[in-house]
Design a protein around this ligand. Structure first.
Ligand SMILES: Cc1ncc(COP(=O)(O)O)c(C=O)c1O
Length: 355
């Protein structure tokens, strides 16, 4: 039998997800938790025509819109099928077997999968218990073998590494010929970005996604942003059609209606306040977040798996327990709007009362 490449056969992927999520409050993947209004959805659909299904997509109008939105040049961006495909493109373009990659953890799971797929050596740097990134000790792990440094900002901790500290990491990367990938998937919930630095640093790559605050997870729209040289190399590994024409049309609609995104971010911020107050009142320790997800600590007298099961019986999906630092005893909930967060807290409260 024909054997796959060794590094592929050693790579582990989870089984297909067969869960039916539409019957649940989806608080486990940090997508948009509410639907678009009927008016918004119908308006989106009305931008499509039968032509958009039969013809390969024309993406330039979307590229133009993105350039306007980000005040950036066309040669500095590349659309990808979700930011996931953008991340994979970075590995395809730059990572060879035995290269070292330095990943801040916790992080998006596919970073480790791609490290394995491309035979890279993964060096991990775990966030501190107080959810800060110890940038000084992270920089000590950068050396001439480090090909790629990966940080999500906001991170999978919900916290932010300040811009001046990210700059020092990029500078240290530059001194060691290392690329730095800043994953800004949750940018809209914090508003800190490194986009202004792409002309200054030729080792900086930024990824963005339309899956989170834009609410288009299923349409698979991501973006790679960097200096002209980097983008021209990434361009060489792109799929013939970076994204579908349908996705591009809906992406344009969203950029023409940024108030939808703003309203959603606003709703999340209000939901977060409810969550903080009520979780604390119920007796859970909450970690403040600059993103659309919140970690809360499950006290020793409660069983987090049982609690998760109880939530599921009440049609709520959440993430965790994680079984590793810094979140070994925490659960994570994606923040929804006020009424969703009140329902979530009601169920948690019921669980507490019945214990
Ligand atoms: C930090 C981070 N980056 C990237 C992604 C991938 O997003 P997508 O491929 O939908 O753009 C996710 C998804 O959860 C994420 O949390």
């Amino acid at each position: 039998m024909t054997k796959p490449k060794k590094i592929i056969s050693k790579t582990w992927r989870p089984d297909p997800d067969i869960s039916k999520r539409s019957d649940f409050f989806r608080f486990e993947r940090n997508e948009r938790t509410t639907l678009f209004s009927e008016i918004e959805f119908n308006e989106m659909l009305s931008t499509l025509s039968p032509y958009d299904f039969v013809a390969y997509g024309e993406l330039e109008p979307f590229y133009e819109k993105i350039c306007e939105w980000l005040d950036i040049r066309r040669k500095n961006i590349l659309l990808t099928s979700g930011s996931d495909a953008g991340i994979k493109a970075v590995f395809e373009t730059y990572i060879s077997e035995e290269d070292e990659i330095l990943v801040s953890l916790p992080n998006y799971a596919m970073f480790s999968v791609y490290a394995s797929m491309f035979g890279a050596k993964e060096v991990q740097h775990v966030y501190e218990k107080n959810l800060t990134l110890d940038v000084g000790s992270l920089k000590k792990k950068i050396n001439f073998n480090t090909k790629l440094i990966i940080i999500s900002n906001p991170g999978h901790t919900g916290t932010i590494v300040p811009e001046n500290e990210i700059v020092t990491i990029v500078e240290e990367g530059k001194r060691n010929n290392s690329l730095v990938l800043i994953d800004e998937a949750y940018f809209h919930f914090s508003a800190e970005t490194m986009i202004d630095f792409i002309d200054k640093f030729d080792n900086l790559i930024i990824t963005r996604t339309f899956s989170k605050a834009f609410g288009l997870a299923s349409l698979r729209i991501g973006l790679l942003i960097g200096c002209e040289n980097i983008i021209s190399e990434l361009y060489k590994v792109k799929l013939v059609h970076e994204i579908t024409g349908v996705a591009a049309k809906i992406g344009i609609y969203m950029l023409d209606h940024m108030q939808i995104v703003d309203r959603y971010v606003d709703a999340v911020n209000k939901g977060k306040k409810i969550l903080y107050n009520r979780l604390e009142n119920i007796g859970f320790e909450v970690l403040k977040s600059e993103s659309n997800f919140v970690f809360f600590k499950v006290s020793d007298d409660l069983d987090s798996l049982e609690l998760k099961q109880y939530l599921e019986e009440n049609h709520i999906l959440i993430r965790g327990p994680f079984g590793r630092l810094p979140f070994d005893d925490h659960l994570r909930v994606t923040v929804g709007d006020e009424s969703q967060m009140n329902y979530f807290c009601d169920i948690l409260e019921n669980y507490q009362i019945n214990k």
